[in-house]
Design a protein around this ligand. Structure first.
Ligand SMILES: Cc1ncc(COP(=O)(O)O)c(C=O)c1O
Length: 413
């Protein structure tokens, strides 16, 4: 690593630490086109009649040792189906972290259940098991463990809590393809594991989702719940739904692209892991920078690259630090602006338009106080996120670290 501590910052007219453009490439190619053509030639784009969605889910299962896999229209849909399938309903509480995508909580609310926010670990941003246990009440029906940023949650502790209190554990693996926890694939430890294949994820079908489970009966229920609770067997169609369910079906076009994308997935995960871990180690010890710290024994596949800016070690705030970094050629910004519970519908208690239900009306009153998860708030206010993908090179990672070091040393107290 070259010494840059005395270099003039690019933001003040100096030369940039990262001069070359980051590696980039095409995510879709001939393979995707061939599968799409085959899908169209089937003369049906309906998952139940065609082969592509079936092959997509079968291959994903065999790659990661999942017993059953069901395709849906989005990651949000997958989580909603999982919650509905285990019977989460009016007034039930579901424990979630406040640092996640809205997709983690949307299904809870559509079931008229209540998201209860537990705090997170400041180093890896995942649910803090101590806070989860404190949040449990007689109404708690499930925990959603979010494997944020391609890193695994502290699953041993969360599984122990779920078992001890006899509540369901669902894994939100939207950002965690190929992630492992103590040699177990994420998605295989909870009752259901839910993935997203939206366009920002490790693999893309434009939009889409996958649900995995080890249990055949749970797979049957989730299959039906994602398809209006219709029961399809052979050429017969049972339309007599036992309870309300949405239409979250994946189409053959998405299945075709997904099947092709799977051929790239192992390369995507292993490259992101290698580059991400390299950047973590290169950033160690830089003033003002705390890189993401994976859970012990986990294998992280880096949905993006995150860390925290430690303002006690530098003379500027996060915004100035990140502006200087961007000027050096490293595009880093905050992740989400605020915890999920700060958004309007929680603060105004307007989950549905014109009513306070279900935050009122189920026998318990729910309010979401700002500051309720102080660690998460501290993390969100100090966190940075920069892209990291499989097209990046070792040189990209080294130059990125040089830029961080240059800015960190310049602003060090
Ligand atoms: C952690 C997490 N959960 C759930 C979702 C929802 O997935 P989708 O956008 O496919 O509905 C996302 C997507 O951004 C996510 O990042």
């Amino acid at each position: 690593m070259n010494s840059v501590s005395n270099d003039k910052l690019a933001i003040e007219g100096g030369s940039k630490a990262k001069n070359s453009p980051y590696g980039s490439g095409k995510r879709f190619g001939e393979n995707e086109l061939n599968h799409l053509r085959e899908a169209l030639e089937q003369n049906t784009l309906f998952y139940y009649k065609g082969k592509k969605v079936k092959e997509f889910t079968a291959r994903f299962s065999s790659m990661y040792g999942f017993n059953h896999c069901i395709a849906t229209s989005s990651g949000t849909a997958s989580l909603h189906v999982a919650l509905s399938s285990i019977g989460v309903t009016v007034g039930d509480e579901v424990i979630v972290p406040p640092l996640t995508d809205m997709g983690t909580v949307i299904g809870i609310l559509f079931q008229n259940a209540i998201p209860v926010f537990a705090d997170i670990n400041p180093d890896n941003y995942k649910l803090d098991p101590v806070s989860v246990e404190k949040a449990i009440t007689p109404r708690t029906k499930a925990i959603i463990a979010v494997h944020l940023m391609g890193g695994a949650c502290d699953m041993d502790a969360l599984l122990d809590i779920a078992k001890k209190h006899d509540i369901a554990l669902i894994e939100d693996c939207a950002q965690a393809f190929g992630t492992r926890y103590k040699n177990r694939n994420v998605g295989s430890m909870g009752i259901y594991g839910c993935f997203s294949t939206n366009d920002f994820k490790h693999i893309s079908t434009g939009d889409g989702g996958l649900i995995v489970t080890s249990d055949a009966e749970r797979a049957r229920i989730a299959t039906e719940v994602s398809d209006k609770n219709y029961c399809r067997t052979g050429n017969t169609l049972g339309r007599s739904a036992k309870f309300l369910a949405p239409n979250y079906r994946m189409t053959e076009l998405q299945g075709a692209v997904g099947l092709a994308q799977l051929e790239r997935l192992e390369h995507i995960c292993s490259t992101r892991h290698r580059l991400g871990m390299k950047l973590c180690s290169l950033l160690e010890g830089i003033p003002g920078v705390a890189p993401y710290k994976p859970n012990d024994g986990s294998y992280t596949t880096f949905f993006g690259f995150t860390g925290r800016i430690k303002t006690d070690e530098i003379k500027v705030g996060r915004a100035e630090f990140l502006a200087a970094l961007s000027a050096e050629g490293v595009p880093a910004g905050p992740y989400i602006p605020e915890p999920i519970y700060n958004i309007d519908m929680f603060q105004n208690r307007s989950i549905y338009k014109g009513t306070t239900f279900p935050l009122e009306g189920t026998g318990k009153s729910y309010h979401y106080e700002k500051g309720m998860c102080p660690v998460a708030e501290e993390v969100i206010n100090s966190m940075f996120l920069m892209p990291l993908n499989e097209f990046y090179t070792d040189n990209d990672i080294e130059e990125t670290a040089t830029a961080f070091r240059k800015v960190g040393k310049f602003y060090a107290r």
